[in-house]
Design a protein around this ligand. Structure first.
Ligand code: SF4
Length: 352
């Protein structure tokens, strides 16, 4: 044990950033902010957090929020399953816990979208329960404190580091301690070259002594992303664009996107598929779309396709469920994920 709590907490009380959820650390505030902060930087999260709390100030508001509205509030943050899980959990809270987050680590952990880190953060910060909250920042700090070259992507390493955090955790201020570790990782013990000269733990840090901090933590090889080819048909008719809703399960579930096929198709093949949907209309490809790429955590989408004109002979063809015609007047009603960022300026333009 390194006895890091006293110097770490003293540093934290002098240096901590003022953050809206820190000023009023209710379980709901900590929960929503921690979910937003997964995969997203603090500066990007802050305006989303403010907008979210203004629109949905309680778990009951979140539970009652229609998915499309929630996706709009989340639009641009990415990883939309985080928002869907928040809503599913909020519905459970209203049904089971009177609209409040439960006050035990185990019950928090059982809620959709809440893993060990988030349960630990809510339990310790909002309820003062002495449990660790170990995220990537904390893993980095502990790999350096112990000059430990174990692969931090291995679950065994995380278990070991969590045990080390637990032995350092003060019973009376677990929330401050966990936040202090996260803050140290965010401000001082940063990835790459850490700012050891400003660190309250340098006297206890084995990597600092060994001069190895910049090479830690060790991260094993990740599996390469699976490449998927996507054929997009940006289809317009009478000044509107054709949108389709994604299936309720899986990647980007329930969000809206331009007409597309999740495979590589030639122009003739893609147009023939579209004709199958609109047998009465005249359809032709006007010009190719610029190729684009989008990275998910395990998948890489490579998008290409065409801008397509559908001649409805003065009318917009009637669409089956799950499809919509959208134009400049109502495009903003549809949450379109960042995967289509390259084509969004075209969609926001009058149907070409
Ligand atoms: Fe990180 Fe440097 Fe502090 Fe060690 S001394 S914990 S490497 S910032």
């Amino acid at each position: 044990m390194l006895h890091i709590a006293p110097p770490l907490l003293a540093w934290f009380y002098d240096n901590r950033r003022t953050l809206p959820f820190r000023e009023d650390p209710t379980p709901y505030h900590i929960w929503v902010s921690e979910i937003m902060l997964q995969q997203t930087r603090m500066t990007a999260v802050l305006p989303y957090y403010a907008r979210f709390m203004e629109a949905l100030p309680t778990p009951a508001d979140l539970a009652a929020c229609p998915p499309d509205r929630l996706h709009k509030l989340w639009e641009g943050l990415g990883y939309y399953s985080r928002a869907d899980n928040l809503r599913r959990a909020a519905i459970l809270l209203t049904e089971k816990y009177g609209g409040n987050l439960p006050a035990t680590y185990e019950e928090l952990l059982a809620l959709p979208g809440i893993g060990e880190y988030t349960a630990g953060a809510i339990a310790s910060i909002s309820y003062g329960i002495p449990v660790p909250a170990v995220d990537g920042n904390v893993m980095r700090v502990f790999a350096r404190l112990y000059n430990d070259r174990a692969d931090i992507l291995m679950s065994e390493t995380k278990k070991r580091y969590t045990a080390r955090v637990r032995e350092e955790l003060p019973e009376d201020t677990p929330g401050d301690f966990n936040q202090a570790l996260m803050e140290l990782g965010a401000l001082v013990c940063v990835p790459g070259e850490p700012h050891c000269a400003d660190c309250p733990l340098s006297e206890r840090c084995a990597a600092y002594t060994a001069g190895s901090a910049a090479h830690l933590p060790v991260r094993g090889e990740k599996k390469p992303r699976r490449v998927e080819k996507i054929t997009v048909l940006l289809t317009h008719c009478e000044g509107k664009w054709l949108l389709m809703r994604r299936p309720e399960k899986g990647l980007l579930s329930g969000l809206w996107q331009p007409m597309l096929f999740e495979e590589e198709l030639s122009e003739a093949e893609a147009i023939a598929r579209l004709r199958g949907m609109f047998p009465q209309a005249l359809i032709h490809a006007e010009r190719p779309l610029p190729p684009a790429k989008h990275l998910f955590s395990h998948i890489e989408w490579q998008l290409s396709g065409w801008i397509v004109h559908l001649d409805g002979n003065g009318d917009l063809p009637v669409l089956p469920d799950g499809y919509a015609w959208a134009g400049t007047g109502n495009m903003e009603d549809y949450a379109i994920p960042g995967a289509f960022k390259a084509y969004k300026p075209l969609l926001l333009d009058e149907g070409t």
